[in-house]
Design a protein around this ligand. Structure first.
Ligand SMILES: [Cu+2]
Length: 401
């Protein structure tokens, strides 16, 4: 009796501590299609053996106090890989810096274990010849939520309706050529001669230019409620983020820590590796953009601008359905839109302008791919296509010429 009591006391803390495991598979033969249709080779992290390693890698999500385990597998030929947890306070052994921690070699795996510290937005990336492997695509966002809540910045912090992560980076296609990607290097000590970095594609969550509207769609803000934006820069350029003018902006956290007072600014600079938490609120219905400038850190010259669209809605939009994918093509189109979807059943199609004016609609019974012929006389421009089903809705930006 007594001995069981002692065992129970010893085991109790383990029973109440949640364990959360993430699997990442490192590969160096990924493919990425850029906005100008060129296909580049990437290195990256995937969750399954068959999946193309995305750029960025999967977003890792933990809760404060979790016992986290990241199981890293390396199925790529050549270089070893690691996971460096940028901004998280973990011990050196689990921090993925090659000469201070372990590296995972070809066809091997390793566990990173840590107790999840403070809620916030962090980055992870491979730390083996990090300039090359990060440019290759071995990076992603790591989000820590406070215990038991996905709508709170931190304990006693800001309550929000929903959160979005905006990760910036760039691509220099030369660095993705086979000759650079297979340069022999097996540790951080080895010097790798890489061409001068001249990025040509400036990414938001892995996309640039027309891909942004197409793939990321609209960022929705519910009128009069807080929306939390998590900005991170994992590129090699500096960013200035310009917020929509008619919205209330509060910069509330920096690098995973609450700021002592919220800053009311209409723009913010984010340097490589930095993260900021921003509460956005709007008391009027509108559509606007968050504009990001990418500048050269050596001479502060503006290299590029990208933007994401932000729309204020009166009511919370129906939940976007994650398990239903739709593909809208060609984009731009001449009035005949082809839609391929994994949904079958009755759906409403709506087309409206950026200002929210409906220009066409149709109810259709979906079963596989279908065509939607728009009414005559719709002027060329950018429109929002809404695919509304009983399970929720998906919006895509479409261009008509
Ligand atoms: Cu690596």
């Amino acid at each position: 009796m007594r001995i069981w009591f002692h065992i129970a006391i010893i085991l109790l803390p383990f029973a109440v501590m949640a364990q959360s495991t993430e699997l990442l598979i490192a590969r160096n033969k990924g493919e990425k299609v850029l906005a100008d249709s060129q296909v580049i080779r990437t290195m990256g992290f995937a969750r399954t053996l068959t999946e193309n390693p995305g750029v960025p890698g999967p977003t890792l999500v933990f809760e404060e106090g979790d016992s986290a385990v990241i199981d890293l597998w390396n199925v790529s030929q050549g270089a070893p890989h690691t996971i460096h947890l940028h901004g998280l306070d973990v011990n050196q052994e689990n921090d993925g810096v090659p000469h201070l921690s372990f590296s995972v070699h070809h066809m091997d795996h390793g566990y990173y274990r840590f107790k999840v510290p403070h809620p916030g937005t962090y980055l992870y990336h491979c730390h083996v010849v990090s300039t090359l492997h990060v440019q290759g695509g071995m990076y992603g966002v790591l989000i820590v939520y406070p215990k038991g809540s996905r709508n709170l910045t931190w304990e006693n912090g800001y309550r929000y309706e929903r959160d979005y992560s905006i990760l910036t980076s760039e691509i220099d296609p030369i660095w993705h050529s086979d000759s650079v990607m297979i340069l022999s290097h097996d540790s951080a000590h080895q010097r790798v001669k890489i061409p001068k970095y001249r990025p040509t594609h400036f990414l938001i969550n892995g996309y640039s230019d027309h891909q942004i509207d197409q793939e990321l769609g609209l960022y929705e803000i519910k009128k009069d409620s807080n929306t939390f934006f998590r900005f991170s820069n994992v590129g090699f350029t500096g960013n200035t983020v310009y917020f929509p003018k008619n919205m209330d902006i509060q910069i509330v956290s920096s690098d995973g820590r609450p700021l002592p007072v919220a800053l009311h600014q209409d723009s913010i600079n984010i340097y490589p590796g930095e993260r900021y938490g921003v509460i956005v609120k709007s008391n009027e219905l509108s559509q606007d953009s968050i504009v990001i400038h990418y500048f050269d850190l050596n001479n502060l010259k503006l290299l590029n601008k990208q933007r994401v669209m932000v729309q204020t809605r009166a009511v919370s939009a129906l939940e976007t359905i994650d398990n239903i994918a739709i593909l809208v093509y060609p984009n731009p189109n001449n009035g005949l839109i082809r839609i391929q979807s994994t949904y079958s059943g009755k759906a409403d199609l709506l087309l409206y302008t950026i200002q929210g004016i409906e220009v066409d609609s149709e109810t259709i019974h979906v079963n596989g791919a279908f065509e939607w012929k728009l009414q005559e006389g719709i002027p060329p421009g950018t429109y929002i296509l809404e695919f509304r089903t009983s399970k929720g809705l998906i919006r895509k930006t479409v261009q008509k010429y």
